[in-house]
Design a protein around this ligand. Structure first.
Ligand SMILES: Cc1cc2nc3c(=O)[nH]c(=O)nc-3n(C[C@H](O)[C@H](O)[C@H](O)COP(=O)(O)OP(=O)(O)OC[C@H]3O[C@@H](n4cnc5c(N)ncnc54)[C@H](O)[C@@H]3O)c2cc1C
Length: 403
């Protein structure tokens, strides 16, 4: 959608195809963080060991469903290879750069007359309860300062003073002043309305099934019941992009990472800032006035597996450990949102042209950061289409870096 936004602005005639109706995908129920603070990808040295420990706990925040499925094995091998201190160090700069770039773009969207997505630049708290996470937080703050990001360690009392409406059980927190947040559902609505008003053609129920090619370019996109021609094709199919890329003879290590969220539309609890509960791996976001959203879990599984409500219980239990006054009953299953993060093997997105066909650009793999990096990615795609110099260094995002 962000690519469509920038391509329309730069004079292209744009058509967007969706296998569904544009109204329910991962970009709706997420936590809404626009977060330069998230410069550490999921693949870290500790996560593999932790993942093995959590494998048999159905309420755990990170879980890989064991399956004899080649795409999962291929992704797993690259994930483990990426989970080194050196790779984490290397990833930090490109993640910071694309996040700051994207945040700048979102800020420009807030000035558009028809865009209202409850964007607020108030910072983000990362709250910890244990000495082990406090130590980790100190390293993260040092690293954030090296990267030029505004981050401060808060002690228990200062933290409590910043959130006077709730009783907090915590040792302290990091305060990332550099972060902002928004209401994703409203962002999506603004984008869709804006695109429609500007004559972008949004065609629902068009699952891309195959491509017709000749002379090194894609000539036709064949969907369930239609065929489309285009000079340039952008594949931004989220967690399904691996399958679409394979129709283009392009290997993309990518798996769906399911997460869940619950939103209180008129919350009796009031938080001033979005907050990550570090030990619980839960994200809480006060958004759009009185709403509050609780999200979490990273469940590497197939998109066909039924949702596991025990993981939602795990989220609510974690919330209670930090906010003892929060009394959130387990909602009915149809009130629980879930979505599939498009997880690349190293946590960095895949953005750029593919080698096999000259007129195809991939824009996916944003993992836990697809909202944060959305606007920036759209702008970068537009630069690639028009062969303009990229606003930031794109080397780390090369689509075929694992081939
Ligand atoms: C609980 C949770 C919290 C999160 N919190 C944050 C956060 O705070 N900040 C952040 O930056 N990120 C967050 N994320 C991650 C973020 O939501 C995703 O990275 C992002 O939404 C991915 O966007 P996307 O456009 O790539 O994919 P999607 O939004 O899933 O869109 C992909 C689209 O492609 C379509 N499609 C798929 N296959 C085909 C096909 N063959 N033909 C046609 N159409 C097709 C789908 O129908 C869908 O509409 C969170 C995720 C979860 C689950």
């Amino acid at each position: 959608m962000s690519s469509a936004f920038y391509l329309q602005q730069s004079g292209c005639k744009v058509t967007v195809l969706d296998k569904n109706d544009f109204l329910d995908n991962c970009s709706y129920g997420n936590a809404g963080y626009v977060c330069p603070s998230h410069f550490i990808p999921l693949a870290t040295p500790g996560i593999v060991r932790q993942g093995l420990k959590w494998m048999f706990n159905s309420a755990s925040p990170f879980y890989v469903q064991p399956r004899l499925h080649w795409p999962l094995i291929e992704w797993g091998i690259q994930f483990i290879k990426s989970a080194t201190s050196r790779q984490v160090e290397i990833a930090a700069i490109p993640l910071r750069d694309i996040a700051l770039f994207s945040q700048h773009e979102y800020e420009s969207w807030t000035k558009l007359p028809d865009f209202n997505f409850a964007y607020e630049h108030k910072g983000l708290l990362e709250i910890f309860q244990t000495e082990a996470k406090a130590e980790h937080a100190r390293h993260t703050v040092e690293k954030a300062h090296e990267l030029g990001l505004d981050a401060t360690m808060l002690d228990k009392d200062t933290l409590q003073g910043m959130e006077p409406h709730v009783k907090l059980k915590a040792l302290g927190a990091i305060f990332f002043k550099c972060d902002s947040h928004l209401y994703p559902n409203q962002l999506m609505k603004s984008l869709i309305d804006h695109l429609k008003r500007n004559n972008v053609c949004l065609v629902p129920n068009q699952e891309v099934k195959r491509f017709e090619y000749g002379n090194g370019v894609i000539k036709k996109i064949i969907t369930t019941d239609n065929a489309f021609e285009a000079d340039e094709i952008i594949v931004a199919a989220g967690s399904w992009s691996r399958e679409v890329a394979s129709l283009l003879d392009t290997r993309l290590p990518l798996v769906p990472g399911r997460g869940y969220s619950i939103t209180l539309e008129d919350s009796p609890y009031h938080l001033n800032h979005p907050a990550v509960l570090m030990e619980g791996r839960v994200a809480i976001t006060p958004m759009d006035g009185n709403k509050i959203r609780f999200g979490g879990t990273m469940e590497i599984t197939s998109t066909q597996t039924a949702p596991r409500m025990k993981r939602v219980t795990g989220i609510l239990n974690a919330v209670k450990r930090y906010f003892p006054e929060f009394d959130i009953p387990m909602p009915a299953q149809d009130k629980v949102w879930y979505g599939y993060r498009p997880c690349s093997a190293d946590g960095l997105p895949y953005i750029g042209r593919i080698k096999k066909y000259r007129n195809v650009i991939i824009a996916t793999g944003h993992s836990m950061l697809g909202l944060s990096l959305g606007a920036g990615t759209g702008k970068l795609v537009d630069e690639i289409v028009h062969d303009r110099p990229n606003s930031i260094d794109m080397t780390a995002f090369a689509v075929e870096r694992f081939s």
